[in-house]
Ligand binder design. Structure first.
Ligand code: DGI
Ligand code: FE
Ligand code: FE
Length: 188
């Protein structure tokens, strides 16, 4: 078992103040959602603390990690560097911190989501989107939804993300679309 207090100290030491506050906010939100939806508190705290573990590494360092862990990036990841930290972060969590596969996937899919997400994956995705430091139009609607219906919060968060990406004329990862379609098909 990883000592959560030691991990927190490592994060405070090695990240910018802003990123560390985001990570700790994410941890608090994840613990709250775990209490509400029946997730394991230790597991969600651990995933939240590790979800952006490679976020402050530059592109060159990201590619070095990919080489080290034998990660093959897909097309979208090659074109959108911001997506890579989720993949490298999951591998660092697995290889350095020894997390299991469920935790690996929660970190791996925290940026895009994917079809048929587990409760743990949704909790980490939503905590990342609504932790207290986040402020964007519509965040309070997602916060409110998250306390009632996690799938509805996911639909709102994914819609917001996709609308934002379209407005900025950015590439949308197919996992993001897959996550949204799966959750909308569930309502039909
Ligand atoms: O790491 P964080 O800043 O806490 O947040 P994140 O991991 O959710 O997102 C990192 C960035 O990735 C954010 O600027 C939005 C972007 N992103 C997420 N999904 C997609 C995406 N960018 C593109 N181009 N396409 C996506 O599908
Ligand atoms: Fe991230
Ligand atoms: Fe994050």
């Amino acid at each position: 078992m990883i000592d959560i207090d030691i991990l927190r100290k490592q994060i405070r030491k090695s990240f910018s103040k802003k990123r560390a506050e985001h990570i700790f906010g994410c941890e608090k939100t994840a613990a709250l959602l775990a209490a509400k939806y029946g997730g394991d508190k230790y597991t969600v705290r651990l995933c939240a603390l590790l979800h952006d573990i490679t976020k402050e590494k530059n592109h060159e360092e990201q590619l070095k990690l990919c080489k080290e862990y034998g990660i093959i990036l897909d097309n979208a990841e090659l074109y959108v560097p911001e997506l890579i930290h989720a993949v490298t972060g999951a591998h660092v969590a697995l290889h350095i911190y020894g997390v299991g596969l469920r935790e690996f996937d929660a970190i791996r899919y925290h940026t895009t989501g994917r079809a048929n997400m587990t409760m743990l994956e949704k909790i980490i995705y939503i905590s990342d989107s609504i932790e207290p430091e986040r402020s964007y139009d519509g965040v309070d609607d997602i916060r409110k939804a998250a306390m009632k219906d996690l799938d509805e919060a996911m639909r709102l968060a994914l819609d917001r993300s996709i609308l934002f990406l379209i407005k900025k004329k950015k590439i949308i990862h197919t996992d993001t679309i897959g996550a949204r379609n799966y959750l909308y098909e569930k309502c039909l």
